[in-house]
Design a protein around this ligand. Structure first.
Ligand SMILES: [Zn+2]
Length: 206
C-alpha cells in the first residue's frame, strides 16, 4: 500500500466538494451545503475527517452532517472560527496549522496556510497525487473574492505566490469554485491578475 489506489472525486454544488480516498477510506474537503450529495459519492467508505478550507457557509455548511455519519473529526484553521460561528454552534475538532498533515489511502495531505480570502484560509497539498485543493484562495479566473470584495487583496496575492506558485508546475489546482487548472497556468495568469488589481474583478458569491 503506497497510495496507488488513491483517487479524487468531485461533487459540484454551491462550492466544489472534493473527496480524496480509496475503496476503504476518504477525507472530505469542503462538504459544501448538500450533505446527501457528498455522502452519496462517499458511499460505504469510512470518513476519516472533514476538512474545511475556510469557514464560509458555502464551503462548510454541511460539515456536521457529513462528519456525523462516521463520527469523523472536523478540521478548520482557528483564524476562521468567527466565520465558522456564523454557520455552526459547536467548535471544530481539529485546529489546523501550517505544515500539519493528514493521512488517507496511503497518501499525505499537507496544510498550507494561505490567508487573504479569509484569515484562516488553507490549501491542502497532496504531493503523491500532484494536486492542491485551494478553496477560495485561487480559482482559474483569479483570486476568489468574498461577498464584500477583496479586503485583503495584497495578502491573498502574497499567499498565492508563497504557497501555490511554489509547487511543481504540473500540480493540479482543484479550487472551491469553477474548473481545475494547473500551477503552470496560474503562473502565466498571475501577472495579469496583479496588473488588473482588485477593481479588475467583479465580486460574486463566495
Ligand atoms: Zn469563501
Amino acid at each position: 500500500m503506497s497510495g496507488q489506489d488513491a483517487r479524487i472525486d468531485e461533487v459540484r454544488g454551491t462550492s466544489n466538494s472534493w473527496i480524496l480516498g480509496d475503496d476503504e477510506e476518504v477525507i472530505v474537503i469542503d462538504p459544501g451545503t448538500d450533505a446527501q450529495a457528498v455522502l452519496e459519492v462517499v458511499g460505504d467508505r469510512a470518513i476519516l475527517a472533514v476538512i474545511c478550507t475556510h469557514g464560509h457557509a458555502g464551503h462548510c455548511d454541511a460539515a456536521l452532517e457529513v462528519a456525523e455519519r462516521d463520527e469523523a473529526p472536523i478540521a478548520l484553521h482557528p483564524a476562521d472560527r468567527r466565520e465558522w460561528r456564523d454557520v455552526h454552534d459547536n467548535q471544530p475538532d481539529i485546529d489546523m496549522e501550517d505544515g500539519g498533515q493528514f493521512e488517507v489511502a496511503g497518501v499525505t495531505l499537507e496544510v498550507l496556510h494561505a490567508p487573504g480570502h479569509s484569515r484562516g484560509s488553507v490549501c491542502l497539498y497532496c504531493e503523491e497525487l500532484e494536486a492542491v485543493f485551494t478553496g477560495d484562495v485561487i480559482s482559474d479566473t483569479g483570486p476568489v473574492p468574498r461577498d464584500d470584495g477583496y479586503p485583503n487583496w495584497g495578502r491573498q496575492l502574497d499567499a498565492i505566490g508563497a504557497q501555490v506558485l511554489t509547487l511543481p508546475p504540473q500540480t493540479r489546482i482543484l479550487p472551491g469554485h469553477g474548473d481545475e487548472f494547473t500551477v503552470a497556468v496560474a503562473e502565466k495568469r498571475f501577472d495579469g491578475w496583479v496588473a488588473a488589481g482588485q477593481t479588475g474583478f467583479e465580486p460574486d458569491a463566495d
